[in-house]
Design a protein around this ligand. Structure first.
Ligand SMILES: C[S@@+](CC[C@H](N)C(=O)[O-])C[C@H]1O[C@@H](n2cnc3c(N)ncnc32)[C@H](O)[C@@H]1O
Length: 234
């Protein structure tokens, strides 16, 4: 990955570097390198949804990108419909092409959640709100707001599941991470993600609890990536 592509411009809003078609093209191709890990992660997201709501009918994918997670879940849950939100026009275009077969159940919407807000007309209530490798772009305050916005869109008993990069909590841990990175699946996965606002896992779990979620747990952790979830109380 070229150096310039890894570094969002200082003036850009969080995550807006993904509006670059070349970066998107490289990401879509690059996901082949960590396909096995993504499969395990997506499977954990699906299992959590199944455990919480059995047969979900509606869910939102925040920062859906080209729709890899939403597409996997729609195939797993044939009664479900997904709303895919993303700020990147090229990602949405890739998704619309790649998941043409699912278009009747996949609604694509351009949306910028950099301030932690969701579209006012996206009222739900939804069975699940999910996300993959997207929320780490936000500073901690916006993350907290976004968790609250997700909570407000869930039906009682609904589940929020986030699969994301979670950096070590101290400098020695970050140093270890830098040394581990060459072994990561996908040669530059770690370097790619850690440029931004990766809050440690503990902080993200605490933010979910503060938003009102219960049963907040991390269910999967591999390398610097975690799948964690919370339920809106029934
Ligand atoms: C690393 S990609 C992951 C895409 C997809 N979830 C996946 O796992 O394949 C990060 C995604 O988050 C989206 N994103 C980042 N910041 C965003 C924001 N402020 N509002 C909406 N989407 C955002 C990007 O456009 C991009 O599609």
């Amino acid at each position: 990955m070229a150096q310039a592509a890894r570094r969002p411009q200082a003036t850009a809003r969080p995550g807006h570097h993904w509006r670059d078609p070349e970066l998107v093209r490289r990401f879509v191709r690059g996901t082949q390198k960590d396909a096995a890990l993504r499969k395990r992660e997506f499977s954990m997201v699906a299992r959590l949804m199944r455990a919480a709501v059995d047969e979900p009918e509606t869910f939102v994918d925040l920062g859906a990108g080209y729709g890899a997670l939403a597409g996997t879940l729609l195939r797993r849950f044939p009664a479900a419909r997904a709303v895919c939100l993303d700020v990147s026009e090229p990602m949405i275009e890739w998704g619309q092409r790649m998941y043409r077969a699912l278009r009747a159940r996949m609604e694509w919407r351009w949306w910028d959640f950099a301030d932690g807000e969701l579209p006012p007309d996206l009222t739900g209530p939804f069975d699940a709100v999910v996300s993959s490798l997207a929320i780490h772009h936000l500073p901690a305050t916006a993350k907290k707001r976004l968790f609250g916005a997700a909570y407000a869109r869930l039906r009682p008993g609904g589940i929020f599941v986030n699969l994301d990069v979670v950096p070590p909590r101290d400098e020695p841990g970050r140093d270890l991470l830098r040394r581990l990175q060459p072994a990561f699946p996908g040669p530059e996965q770690g370097a790619f993600h850690h440029q931004e606002h990766g809050d440690p896992l503990d902080a993200q779990l605490a933010a979910l609890r503060a938003a009102g979620f219960v049963a907040v747990e991390c269910w999967f952790k591999e390398w610097d990536r975690a799948v964690y979830a919370g339920l809106r109380p029934a």
